[in-house]
Design a binder for this molecule. Structure first.
Ligand SMILES: Nc1ncnc2c1ncn2[C@@H]1O[C@H](COP(=O)(O)OP(=O)(O)OP(=O)(O)O)[C@@H](O)[C@H]1O
Length: 743
């Protein structure tokens, strides 16, 4: 199809100003990028995509990395009838991403390609994004890139997603819990024939096409609930009648009630039989530039050493431009490789270009994450050391070389023990291909796999869906809060084991999020609106009670718990002694939570040089910056949820840690107990600790300030397995308090 046919608005502008496009930098860039776009493998597929969606509600689109799916599909669909505003539907396009770094960078790129300002920069901007704590859209936004979690949040406000004419679910192969939940909701909407119709495009480089098609097409004689069908799109209101984004509710007081109205999603009342909607499938062949893949002949003994060697081989042999993107299994490995590369770079002769090392991991503050997209200074090569957050969807300009360690760090939840382990595991072949796909996006590239070809062949083809290996409490709360009366019968693409679902339901019951009949309580509803795990959200709610009045310190503690590696861990005995000394003033006899509070308070109180303060206390300044970010956002969320109503604000920012400890220790510890009652243990005569629930033996983690101490009872916010079961982030509690909570 001719470009003029597809972008009438664009041509209209060009006709009016035939000689002047270069005067407007946005338009000049758009015209330049249009030429690049036309060479993308997906470009010739436009009419096939239009035809498919004209006849089907669901399109499953697979294609190679870099073929143009994430950036082009929304632009192809923009002028289609289903993306026009109409009654009951604003006709916008939502494009979901597993991670915020991808959502932001894609929105920026697509805005450039469309010659539009980004987000709130102008009321007329047509492209925006929405990630946790950062909504950057305008009244004119037509295409919105957002994380899966944010779209789930929108479902909470409007179960029919009336804002959108089309939802594009990208990178489905990552199979995060959130994407699985979204697919279930979208399936319900499409099959329930939402008023005004809804188109769904499911995309991935390596989608499990058959499984997805079966999921959307299978009728099995079941009934689908009406979602905003026949009637109106469910009202956006909240109990207090406030028009507030974060706290608005879709109008259901409780799921049982919800299932009797038109807004029910999976309820049995008012359900209508739907005709099966067959999905369409399109495969986009080819990628724009070739990538040469190299393997090791023999397995590497030492991973960082192998990565270091490869980085320097590339740096000394390959001409500029050509940045290097290295995939590593976690923040700790990133930091140690960063130190090695920076040390090594010092020894380079002056005629070799410089190196700029940039880390990238989820806990890094957003502004620091975005640095990877800036061009390197002259005569400098960027080396980006990343976890798998740069694995999908992102194009890092300048990258020609990928170095892949073949490892990833994942969380694995053991349902029976309620225990989480962080494991470093080999990636799947599909992940390896995604990593490889980050090269060859602007020019031919190379991928250096730090493992052998036979190791690659032996990898699992796909990563196991997260829903099979995570704590399901958050997922269940998400479902319950969105009107799913019976989550056990929700349409899961991969149903999790029944035992895991039951355990999560029980956990929600203990948190008072559910009643004994399984319906969502007002507390559960409040928990679902906070961007925290149900347990931490419960701690926050408890702290907001007038009787405890300790919301400010609890927010500080929760923010500090949100980052990994706040405390620097020296690897020499002497360094460790120095660290212990440096932290002495912050340590609380009550345990890690109050110690974290003292650290946050000390940092906040430092007026002159916070970096120096952090260094002097052997605290990571970067981690503390993230804590400040989360703290600010949590404060805003709690304010919006009106949780400060009963708080004594004098106690807030100004109180020093010492005064705070004396006056608020008990309320803080009692608040923690409300969320972590199941994570409590008592001291046994043999000196070990045994959990109250499950009678598990648990050790106090070596990193805890309580290590080696014998106290009558402990509460811990993390239960992890490494060499054995450890309680991490531990505080002292009285047995009487535990008894009160556990009954
Ligand atoms: N920020 C950017 N800077 C430069 N080029 C970009 C940028 N984003 C996209 N591109 C170009 O557009 C091409 C298509 O990117 P797109 O993300 O749409 O592909 P994709 O098929 O979704 O790939 P993947 O599945 O690997 O994310 C890239 O290969 C690159 O050439």
């Amino acid at each position: 199809m001719a470009v003029s046919q597809q972008y009438p608005n664009m041509n209209h502008k060009r006709k009016r100003q035939p000689d002047k496009p270069a005067q407007n930098p946005l338009q000049a860039k758009r015209i330049k990028l249009l030429e690049t776009r036309k060479h993308l493998p997906i470009w010739p597929k436009q009419s096939a995509i239009h035809t498919a969606l004209a006849h089907h509600d669901v399109l499953i689109l697979s294609g190679e990395t870099g073929s143009g799916k994430s950036t082009q599909i929304p632009q192809f669909l923009l002028d289609q009838p289903y993306c026009k505003p109409r009654k009951g539907c604003a006709g916008k396009i939502a494009v979901t991403q597993p991670r915020r770094v991808a959502a932001i960078s894609l929105a920026r790129r697509v805005a450039e390609e469309m010659g539009s300002p980004l987000g709130s920069a102008s009321p007329g901007s047509r492209v925006g994004y929405s990630v946790r704590f950062d909504e950057n859209t305008s009244p004119g936004t037509r295409i919105k890139y957002l994380t899966e979690g944010m779209l789930l949040q929108e479902i909470l406000r409007d179960g029919a997603l009336g804002e959108y004419g089309c939802v594009v679910v990208d990178e489905v192969h990552e199979r995060s819990v959130n994407v699985d939940l979204l697919l279930g909701f979208l399936r319900g909407l499409v099959r329930g024939k939402r008023k005004g119709g809804l188109k769904v495009v499911v995309m991935s480089a390596t989608a499990e096409v058959e499984a997805l098609a079966k999921f959307f097409d299978e009728s099995a004689g079941e009934t689908e609930a009406m979602i905003g069908g026949e009637g109106e799109v469910p009202q956006v209101t909240d109990e207090s009648g406030r028009d507030d984004d974060e706290v608005s509710w879709n109008g259901f007081e409780d799921p049982d009630e919800a299932s009797q109205g038109t807004g029910a999603i999976n309820g049995t009342h008012n359900a209508v039989a739907s005709s099966p909607t067959q999905s369409a499938r399109i495969y986009v062949e080819g990628r724009q530039y070739p990538v040469t893949t190299k393997y090791l002949d023999t397995p590497a003994d030492e991973l960082e050493e192998a990565a270091l060697q490869r980085i320097f081989a590339l740096h000394t042999k390959e001409p500029l431009p050509g940045d290097i993107l290295v995939f590593l299994p976690g923040q700790d490995r990133i930091h140690s490789l960063q130190t090695l590369v920076e040390e090594f770079a010092q020894s380079l002769p002056p005629d070799i270009p410089k190196l700029q090392v940039l880390p990238l991991f989820a806990a890094l503050p957003q502004n620091q994450q975005q640095r990877i997209f800036q061009p390197a200074p002259p005569r400098t090569r960027k080396v980006i050391l990343s976890t798998n957050i740069a694995e999908t969807s992102v194009t890092v300009p300048g990258v020609r070389f990928v170095v892949d360690t073949g490892l990833v760090k994942i969380k694995q939840f053991r349902t029976r023990l309620g225990l989480e382990s962080l494991l470093v595991k080999p990636i799947s072949r599909s992940s390896a291909d995604q990593r490889q796909g980050r090269a060859g996006r602007e020019a031919p590239g190379q991928c250096h796999r730090l493992y052998t070809k036979s190791a690659y062949d032996a990898l699992e083809s796909h990563s196991a869906p997260e829903i099979l290996r995570c704590d399901l409490a958050s997922a269940l709360l998400t479902l319950k809060a969105r009107g799913i009366a019976d989550p056990l019968n929700f349409s899961f693409l991969t149903p999790p084991p029944l035992s895991a679902l039951q355990k999560a339901l029980l956990h929600l019951l203990h948190l008072s999020a559910l009643s004994t009949t399984g319906s969502l309580t007002p507390t559960g509803r409040q928990l679902s609106r906070l961007p925290l795990t149900p347990a931490l959200a419960r701690v926050v709610l408890e702290a907001a009670k007038p009787s405890l009045n300790c919301l400010h310190p609890i927010i500080d503690i929760v923010a500090a718990l949100s980052v990994e590696n706040l405390w620097l861990n020296p690897d020499t005995e002497e360094g460790r002694e120095r660290a212990a000394e440096a932290r002495q003033a912050l340590m609380s006899r009550e345990g890690d939570h109050l110690t974290l509070l003292a650290a946050v308070r000390g940092y906040v109180a430092e007026a002159s040089d916070r970096r120096r303060w952090a260094e002097a206390h052997m605290i990571s300044h970067r981690a503390m910056q993230s804590v400040m970010d989360v703290r600010k956002q949590l404060l805003a969320q709690c304010q919006r949820a009106d949780l400060f109503r009963h708080q004594d604000t004098v106690a807030a920012e100004t109180t020093s840690s010492t005064t705070m400890e004396l006056s608020q220790t008990e309320p803080i510890l009692r608040s923690l107990l409300a969320g972590f009652a199941a994570h409590t243990a008592r001291l046994c005569p043999d000196g070990s600790y045994k959990t109250f629930v499950g009678n598990q033996t648990v050790g106090i983690h070596p990193g805890s300030v309580l290590q080696g101490r014998k106290v009558e009872g402990i509460v811990f916010s993390e239960f992890v397995y490494t060499t054995r079961a450890w309680a991490r982030n531990v505080s002292v509690v009285r047995l009487g308090w535990v008894g009160e909570v556990l009954g």
